[in-house]
Design a protein around this ligand. Sequence first.
Ligand SMILES: [Zn+2]
Length: 213
Amino acid sequence: MSPITEFLLSLCFCASCASRYDALNGDSDALKSKVKQALEVFMADSDPWMGVKLSKESLAEILGREILTYLLMRENSLTALYREIHSIAQEFLVKVKFFDSSALLDEASLTPLDVSWIAGHDNEEMNKAVDIFQPALYRDSPEEIAKLAAHYRKELTAPLGASLSPMYPYNKSRDDLVAKVKSLRESGFVDLDFYLLDTMRPRDLTWIDAALR
Ligand SMILES: [Zn+2]
């Protein structure tokens, strides 16, 4: 399916989302009907948005400007939840990380924060609401990782972490992993995690070990 169809199918109209949207003078029933109607062609016949870029403008054209209020509601809800979680965690001296999936949305992009609205968070606010902002940087080359690191460093002020993968197709050699960790540390990334332990080979663990040393 097209990115627009995928996005429309991901929108949530549960009682909680609906009431938060209605509180901003939205009409959740009307918007839900519009989304449903817009998806009928895809369900019945074919995807009308193949090759069309997913953007706030294209969504506003399809659904009306009210979708932008709905998107704002999603972002504000998430920030408010993280602020609440953060204040509780602080009482217990626990740090809160935000796992940012923006870089997974378009694996060719070197400026992933530009599209994080698709995942539903406001970077600037989230950046202030948590202790560590941690993107998943699953990219093949150390050069891409260095460019992404610079992008995150430029856009955000929170301490940064990164989630990396030692595995194919996101990483192809021990030397690459070593270079990625080195460049992230040099860019001031304070917290590095390696994801998907359950699917790693024992060899991958030796690569992580080498990278951390
Ligand atoms: Zn919901």
